[in-house]
Design a protein around this ligand. Structure first.
Ligand code: SF4
Length: 457
């Protein structure tokens, strides 16, 4: 599902419809913004999801995962219809009091809508009209623009998420170049060339050049590294070295385990990856290594950190361990998925080692290990967005109100994949209340915006 509530960039020649309003402008006068409460029910979050809006409610006790769903009036079914809205609900154990709650909510929202003189059609256009996929590029949390220059790859990692519903796939070199020529570079923190495997595209150096010339603050190539083991393949990027970083995927310190993780029988690829990282650090590139973790490689996390430090030392900018998000191949291989808590002890050992020797080691929110699993290690989280008010970085993630209400890390937490909760439940999540939000600064777009080429919005 796309994140049309986020900032977007128009594809060349397209003029996408842009979300025209913020539902908050009706929820606020209706008295429906969190933390509005009726008796034991409290609104904890709201979010526009596709063709409807969802208000999450927490009941105390018992919590029953109740949410109010609102959409502009149409011919479909619902609990009750007003003049402009249809109201329905999601959750267990519906009682008479819940019906009164729905009636009251609808009445308030209808009144706020009537005060503005808006019809159901106005509401649909204003809040629920989304750009057509293919007309836009999404800007990810943290003002990062991922450009997938190919969806082809020469590996088939057991956790690869590029095989399911990816945004920003631009397989035409011509289109990528057009995007880069009009790049709103000033509005972005990073331009990330990814795939599939971006080094399979011969014109990648030219693309990096265009992003550099347009003023991109930071450019990243995400790669499995095998191509860069060939002599002379890194040198074309040297002119951009002051703003270019290389992100290598490496998931094991042994060839046989690496072959399992990348699902490729050729164990020689491992030595090629190592040689490529050797070459990149020798040339002075900023190098980050990402190790994605599933059952086969979880126990080696501390050893892997030691291996990286002993081989590359301070020439390595960062080492990241990512939980394999339950999408694409990781979802197909869900027998290899880990419980969050299985990852915590080896991660903490690696963090401690990194602090001892001076190697920055982090875990990623992109892949979503929620910070409440390790509240003492919040400094080791790659924090990149602002998810205040129960928001999540993706509509497929959630913050279960019964677990997350009152969590002081709400602003920094991207939410948990609903699929994870479907498999493992939410019992590991625990609202952080014994310490404050650490105040980590984040820079992000919070609402839908169409970014202009000159950097203005
Ligand atoms: S309790 Fe919920 S909001 Fe808090 S860190 Fe955990 S998942 Fe995120």
């Amino acid at each position: 599902m796309s994140l049309w509530s986020r900032a977007i960039i128009a594809m060349p020649g397209k003029t996408p419809a842009v979300v025209g309003g913020d539902l908050r402008e009706l929820l606020e006068p209706a008295g429906l913004l969190p933390p509005a409460a009726w008796g034991s029910a409290q609104i904890t979050a709201w979010q526009v999801e596709g063709d409807h809006a969802r208000l999450d409610l927490h009941f105390d006790p018992p919590d029953k995962g109740f949410a109010i769903l609102l959409r502009p009036l149409d011919d479909g079914a619902g609990y009750r219809k007003g003049k402009a809205w249809v109201i329905s609900y999601r959750g267990q154990g519906f009682e008479a009091a819940d019906g009164l709650l729905l009636e009251a909510t609808l009445a308030r929202l209808e009144a706020a809508t009537a005060a503005r003189g808006w019809s159901a059609q106005d509401l649909r256009f204003r809040y629920f009209t989304r750009p057509v996929a293919g007309d836009t590029l999404e800007v990810s949390p943290g003002k990062k623009l991922y450009i997938r220059v190919t969806d082809h790859c020469d590996e088939a990692c057991v956790f690869c998420n590029a095989t399911e519903g990816n945004a920003n796939v631009v397989p035409s070199r011509h289109t990528v170049e057009e995007i880069l020529r009009d790049l709103p570079a000033g509005s972005l923190s990073q331009v990330i060339f990814t795939g599939g495997e971006p080094t399979l595209i011969k014109s990648l150096p030219r693309m990096v050049f265009l992003a550099y010339e347009r003023g991109a603050k930071e450019i990243i190539i995400q790669t499995n590294g095998v191509f860069f083991a060939q002599p002379g393949t890194l040198e074309p990027y040297l002119p951009f070295i002051d703003r270019l970083g290389l992100g290598f995927s490496l998931h094991a310190r042994q060839a046989d385990l690496s072959a399992v993780m990348v699902n490729h029988a050729d164990t020689k690829r491992f030595s090629a990856k190592i040689a490529a990282i050797d070459a990149a650090v020798a040339l002075g590139f900023r190098v980050k290594i990402t190790c994605v973790v599933m059952r086969p490689n979880v126990e080696q996390i501390p050893d892997f950190a030691r291996f990286c430090w002993e081989r590359w030392g301070q020439k390595l900018t960062r080492l990241q361990f990512s939980y394999a998000m339950p999408r694409g191949n990781a979802w197909l291989n869900r027998h290899l998925l880990l419980r969050f808590s299985d990852m915590v002890p080896p991660l903490q050992a690696a963090f401690a080692y990194g602090r001892d020797v001076g190697l920055p080691i982090e875990t990623s929110q992109t892949a979503c290990l929620p910070p409440c699993l390790m509240p003492n290690e919040i400094e080791q989280f790659d924090v990149y967005g602002d998810f205040s008010g129960g928001a999540t970085s993706d509509p497929d993630r959630v913050k279960p109100p019964g677990r997350c209400q009152g969590c002081n890390f709400d602003r920094l937490c991207a939410g948990v994949w609903q699929r994870y909760i479907d498999v493992f439940g939410d019992a590991e999540l625990q609202a952080v209340t014994d310490r404050p939000d650490p105040g980590t600064p984040v820079d992000d777009y919070l609402e839908a915006e169409l970014l202009a080429a000159d950097g203005a919005t």
